[in-house]
Structure formats: structure tokens, C-alpha cells
Ligand binder design. Sequence first.
Ligand SMILES: Nc1ncnc2c1ncn2[C@@H]1O[C@H](COP(=O)(O)OP(=O)(O)OP(=O)(O)O)[C@@H](O)[C@H]1O
Length: 281
Amino acid sequence: MASVASTLRSAQLTAPHEEEKSRPSLQAEAAARGLQVDVQDAVVRFGELAVLRELSLSIPSGQFLAVVGRSGCGKSTLLRLLAGLEAASAGTVSFGAAGGSPGLRTDVRVMFQDARLLPWKSVLDNVRIGVPGGDRAQALDALELVGLADRAKEWPAVLSGGQRQRVSLARALAGDPRLLLLDEPLGALDALTRIEMQQLIERLWRERRFTAVLVTHDVGEAVALADRVVLVENGSIAQDVAVALARPREKDTGFAHYESTILNRVLARRPPAEDRNGFSI
Ligand SMILES: Nc1ncnc2c1ncn2[C@@H]1O[C@H](COP(=O)(O)OP(=O)(O)OP(=O)(O)O)[C@@H](O)[C@H]1O
């Protein structure tokens, strides 16, 4: 990873007109960084159960995509397919113009709902796991990104749940991924910490321009973060919504429109009464 802290520092030192002039080329470079993803007619089965049924999805380089859907519809299975943790029995998954495939790729990282930190390793050593070669400076840089460089020497056990998730995010970003897969990473956090983490993830995505795929039960979270929200239903994409709202997003009427459009569609099939009262699915 190029020194992120130094990149940010040098960006801050750039005079405004110079920054303005260099913006188009920086944007082009940034857009090219994120991995393009193409899923074509993918089928994933667990025994008799076909979870994904000829699902097709193209994600352009650098897009922030959110995946929503009812519990058990196959959101995590789709994410695991992209991570190379599940294999398709039919169809294809390919990355980039060159068409690379999932598997043991260093440019694809996953963040899960539980932080999955090794309790016998320090915070810094946990982050070093995410750095090819385990470079200390690179790991420290990633910890600085998430605001935890001063906790580097401590044990994971002394951190709060939100801090542990930030370490997990640092570990995922430390290898400078081109595709970040987020499987309900904020689901276990309290509401305030969750909002702070959403803002952190959005800021880092804007700065680093990786392609992001977020699985979430929270339609509000999907609308707050994503360029595009897809609904998985019956094993394929049942709704595909481009979220045309300026960032950072405010919970205004435009936001509420997207939220209710998606939620109404999710609930349209089989709306249990308890789901109608909230924004989570
Ligand atoms: N390894 C597995 N073996 C057998 N069945 C599985 C396996 N993984 C997932 N499934 C089944 O596939 C279906 C989809 O699971 P998946 O975890 O992808 O759903 P999900 O939409 O992410 O659910 P949730 O929102 O509740 O996390 C479920 O019925 C689940 O039981």
C-alpha cells in the first residue's frame, strides 16, 4: 500500500487551484483502481437447495453496491461467491477487463459481522495479517486510517466492539484491496457507533476508490452508503436501484423516497407485521 497517511498529508498541503487542476486525472486513476465484477448466470446450490439461480450482476469499477433482501435469500452466499469462498455450479464470476476469477486474491478482502481478531496477537499484529509480507509500517498506516494507531500495542480484548470492528476494517484495508466485501459488518454495533462506522467506511471508500459490496439488513444503511442497491429474491436480482443522492447524504425527503421504495418492494411478497414498523429487513 502506498503510504496512505502521507498521501493524505500531501493532498492537504496541495494549494486549492493545483488540486482542482489535477482532479480529472486523479479521478480517472481512482476509478481504474476498483475491481470491476461480472457475475453471469451464477448458480449456487447446497444439496437440493438452489440459493442463487442464474443470478447476473455487473458492478463497475469503484462502485459502492449494497445488497439487501429477506433473511436467507442468499445475500451472504453471493458475497462468499465473490470472495471465492463458494463455487458456482453453473455460470461465471470474473473480475476486471482481463477477466480474472475469484479465489486466493490479495486484491479482494472481506469484513464480517464479527471482527475475527486473534486474541493472542496485538492489535498491530492482527492488522499485519492483512498486509502481504506483514509490513509493520503499512499496518500502522492502516490503523491510523481508522483512528486507532495509539492502540497498536494493546490486546483485542481491551477494545470495545466498535473499536474491534475498526481494527477489522484496518486489516481489510491494509493490503490496499481493489474490492472490499462487507458482510453485515455493522450489524452488532449500537446505533451511534454504527453511524460513525458508516461515515468512516464512506470516507475511506471515497479516498481509496475500491469497489465496495455491502450486505445489509438495514435499508437506511444501504441508501446512506451505496451508489446502487440491489434486492436478492428467489435467487436472483429482483430490484436494481441507482441512488442519485449527493454525498454526504442527509435523511431528507429524497432519502426517505429511496428508503420506502426499496423497503416496500422487499416487503411486497410476504410482509410480516413486525417488519412494517422499522427499516430493517
Ligand atoms: N454451507 C451451507 N450449507 C447448507 N446451506 C447453506 C450453507 N450456506 C448457506 N446455506 C443456506 O442458504 C440459504 C441462504 O443463506 P445466506 O446466508 O446466503 O442468506 P442471507 O440472505 O445472507 O441470510 P441472512 O440475512 O439471514 O444472513 C439459507 O437457506 C442457508 O441456510
